[in-house]
Design a protein around this ligand. Structure first.
Ligand SMILES: C[S@@+](CC[C@H](N)C(=O)[O-])C[C@H]1O[C@@H](n2cnc3c(N)ncnc32)[C@H](O)[C@@H]1O
Ligand code: SF4
Length: 439
C-alpha cells in the first residue's frame, strides 16, 4: 500500500513536478560522460533546444530559479562568448541534430541589450542549424526589460510566444516580495507586446503572495484578461530554502486553494481551457504548430549555464544553486570553461529504467494529456499496471477516471497535481531530493 492517502491529508502543495527528476536530485556524476558518446545512441531528429540566460534586473524574494541579479563588469559579455563556444562544441558532439521546438528562458532573456539578444537568438541558426522562423520559439521576459527595439529583434528571429512574468498587478503585493514593479511599466510592456503581433502572449501570475487576498488575486487576473492573453500560467507561491520569504501552515494552503478554485472558475467562464493545474489556454490560442514533439519522449539540448539537457537515461546540467554567491561562482566557472570541458557531462542524474517509466507517467498525467496504457506498452514493451500497480489508487482516491486510453486526472486530481507528482517519484529520487544541500 502506498502513502497516497496520508499525502492527501497534508498540504496540496508538496512539489511542482514539471520536470522529473528535479534538479535537486542531480549530483556530480561518478565519471564524466563524453557528449559524443552519450548522444551517439539517441534519436536526434526532433529535439528541444533550450537557451538559458541567468541574468535579471532584480532578485525577486520568491524566486528559486538559477539566475543572478545585475551582473557586474564584463560577465555578460564573457557569458555570451562562452555560450557560443558551448553551442559549437555541442553541435559537433551531437552530430546533426534537428529541432522541433526552441525556448529561451532564465532568468530574464530580455535583460540583454538588443545586440546581445540578437546574438543569442542567432546562435540557433548560426550554430545549431535551426531555420529561422521554422519552429515554434518561446521567449521569457519581465515587464521592466521589454522595449520596442528588443521586441523587433524577437519578431525578426521568429518568436511565436512571449511569456511575461507579471505575478501581480498590485504594486504593494510585488513590492512585498522584493519585486519593484510599477503598474505603468507593466501596462507599457503589455501594450508593446500586443503591438508586436507575436502570436501568443502568456502571462505568469502568482497566488498566495504575502498580503494578497482572494479578491485582490481575482482583480489581478481580471486585469490580465483585459490584454487578451492566449495563455495564462497561474502559479501557487512556493517558498523554498534560499528565498527570503517564510510562510507556511494550513491557513496559507486554504488561501492558495481558494485562489486556485476562484481563478479556474473565472477562466472557464471566460472560455479558457484548462490544460494542467497551472496552465490555461484561450479558445483562440491554438497549441503551437510545428514539427511533432512529445515532451514525454523527446530529448532536450540545453545551452547556457543552468540549462538542463535530457538524453534518454541521463539528465545533466551545471551544478544548481539559488543563493547569489553560489550562482555567481557557477556562472563565473561557466564563462571560463574550456571547449574540452563543454564536451563532457559532469553533473546530473542517471535515470534507471524505473525512473524513465515514472517520468513518462508523471508527465502524461500532469500535462493534461492523460496516461495511455497502449502508448506505455508500445514505448516500454511492458504493462503499466504490472510496473506500477499503485496507479489504480488514484481512481480509488477520487483523483482520476478511467478513460478509453487509460487514466486521466479529474478536476480534483488536477487540483492535487502537486501531491500526485511527488507521490510518483521513485524512492531513490525522493531520497536524493531530500538530501540536497541548498547553496
Ligand atoms: C523565469 S520567470 C519569468 C520571466 C521573468 N524572469 C520574470 O520574472 O518576469 C518564471 C516564472 O516562474 C514563477 N515562479 C518563480 N519562482 C516561483 C515561486 N517560488 N513560486 C511560484 N512561482 C514562481 C513566476 O511566475 C515567474 O514569472
Ligand atoms: S522571478 Fe524572474 S525576474 Fe525575478 S528573480 Fe526570478 S527569474 Fe529573475
Amino acid at each position: 500500500m502506498s502513502d497516497l492517502r496520508s499525502r492527501l491529508e497534508g498540504s496540496p502543495y508538496q512539489g511542482y513536478s514539471y520536470s522529473y527528476p528535479h534538479k535537486t536530485a542531480y549530483r556530480p556524476l561518478p565519471r564524466p560522460v563524453p557528449l559524443a558518446k552519450l548522444w551517439a545512441g539517441e534519436r536526434t531528429d526532433s529535439l528541444f533546444l533550450y537557451l538559458h540566460i541567468p541574468f535579471c534586473d532584480m532578485r525577486c524574494g520568491f524566486c528559486n530559479l538559477f539566475t543572478r541579479a545585475r551582473p557586474e563588469g564584463s560577465l555578460v559579455e564573457r557569458y555570451l562568448a562562452a555560450i557560443e563556444r558551448q553551442a559549437r562544441v555541442v553541435r559537433e558532439a551531437v552530430g546533426d541534430p534537428s529541432f522541433a521546438r526552441m525556448a529561451v528562458g532564465g532568468g530574464t532573456p530580455t535583460f540583454l541589450d538588443p545586440p546581445a539578444l540578437e546574438s543569442v537568438l542567432g546562435l540557433a541558426d548560426r550554430v545549431m542549424g535551426v531555420v529561422p522562423g521554422g519552429i515554434p520559439l518561446s521567449v521569457e521576459a519581465s515587464p521592466g526589460t521589454v522595449t520596442a527595439e528588443k521586441l523587433r529583434v524577437l519578431v525578426e528571429r521568429g518568436t511565436t510566444r512571449l511569456s511575461l512574468g507579471i505575478e501581480s498587478f498590485d504594486e504593494a503585493e510585488t513590492r512585498a516580495v522584493n519585486r519593484p514593479q510599477r503598474t505603468a511599466t507593466v501596462d507599457r510592456a503589455l501594450g508593446l507586446i500586443r503591438d508586436s503581433r507575436i502570436p501568443t502572449l502568456n502571462i505568469d501570475l502568482i497566488y498566495g503572495l504575502p498580503g494578497q487576498s482572494v479578491a485582490s488575486w481575482l482583480a489581478s487576473l481580471r486585469t490580465a484578461l483585459r490584454f487578451g492573453p492566449e495563455e495564462l500560467y497561474l502559479y501557487p507561491l512556493y517558498v523554498r530554502p534560499q528565498t527570503i520569504l517564510g510562510r507556511g501552515g494550513r491557513e496559507w494552503d486554504d488561501l492558495r486553494l481558494a485562489c486556485y478554485r476562484e481563478a479556474r472558475s473565472l477562466l472557464l467562464g471566460e472560455g479558457y481551457e484548462q490544460v494542467s493545474m497551472r496552465m490555461f489556454r484561450s479558445a483562440g490560442g491554438l497549441p503551437e504548430a510545428g514539427p511533432a514533439y512529445r515532451c514525454q519522449e523527446d530529448g532536450m539540448i540545453g545551452l547556457g549555464c543552468g540549462a538542463r539537457s535530457y538524453a534518454t537515461d541521463l539528465h545533466y546540467s551545471d551544478a544548481y544553486a539559488v543563493g547569489q554567491r553560489g550562482v555567481g561562482e557557477i556562472v563565473e566557472a561557466y564563462a571560463s570553461r574550456s571547449d574540452e570541458a563543454f564536451g563532457m557531462a559532469t553533473h546530473g542524474h542517471h535515470l534507471s529504467d524505473e525512473d524513465i517509466r515514472r517520468r513518462f507517467v508523471i508527465q502524461s498525467l500532469l500535462s493534461g494529456e492523460g496516461l495511455s496504457v497502449s502508448a506505455y506498452a508500445r514505448r516500454f514493451r511492458s504493462d503499466l499496471r504490472a510496473d506500477l500497480p499503485e496507479i489504480d489508487e488514484l481512481e480509488e482516491a477520487g483523483l482520476a477516471v478511467v478513460t478509453a486510453e487509460g487514466l486521466a486526472l479529474n478536476d480534483r486530481g488536477v487540483e492535487r497535481s502537486d501531491v500526485v507528482g511527488p507521490w510518483l517519484y521513485s524512492r531513490k529520487v525522493g531520497t536524493l531530493m531530500e538530501g540536497y544541500e541548498w547553496l
